[in-house]
Design a binder for this molecule. Structure first.
Ligand SMILES: [Zn+2]
Length: 128
């Protein structure tokens, strides 16, 4: 029983030895009045970890705001365009305007696409 415990303790100690060293260095730096340095290192480390995630979130937010992938209301050809920019359908040449995630004919036939409202809600949630 006692020998088992000491073996377990040895394994744990070898595993967390490096972390104990890091902790000891941080404690020594704090004791020497360099707590701000420890905080700076921790904050820099966290920023380094978080930066890729933030970049992906910003990119996704920008894409969701500015890139529109939808079907041509005339011929149902799916293609990609930028928000609030006039485009021509590459399939049938119809002049279209991208608004709220959907391509709309510049001469609307008078019917409103129901899907436009759900897409708009999704974009607003992403912005928050
Ligand atoms: Zn078309």
């Amino acid at each position: 029983m006692n020998s088992n415990f000491s073996r377990l303790a040895q394994i744990n100690l070898s595993g967390i030895g490096c972390w104990l060293t890091v902790l000891l260095v941080f404690m020594l730096l704090s004791a020497a009045g360099l707590g701000w340095l420890v905080n700076g290192i921790v904050v820099a480390f966290l920023l380094l970890l978080l930066t890729p995630f933030i970049a992906i979130l910003v990119l996704r937010w920008w894409v969701s705001r500015n890139v529109v992938e939808d079907q041509c209301p005339v011929c149902n050809y799916t293609f990609t365009g930028f928000n609030n920019v006039e485009v021509r359908c590459p399939s049938c040449g119809e002049p279209l305007t991208a608004e709220d995630g959907h391509f709309k004919r510049q001469t609307p036939p008078g019917t409103i696409d129901v899907d436009a409202e759900t897409i708009e809600v999704d974009v607003k949630q992403l912005e928050d």
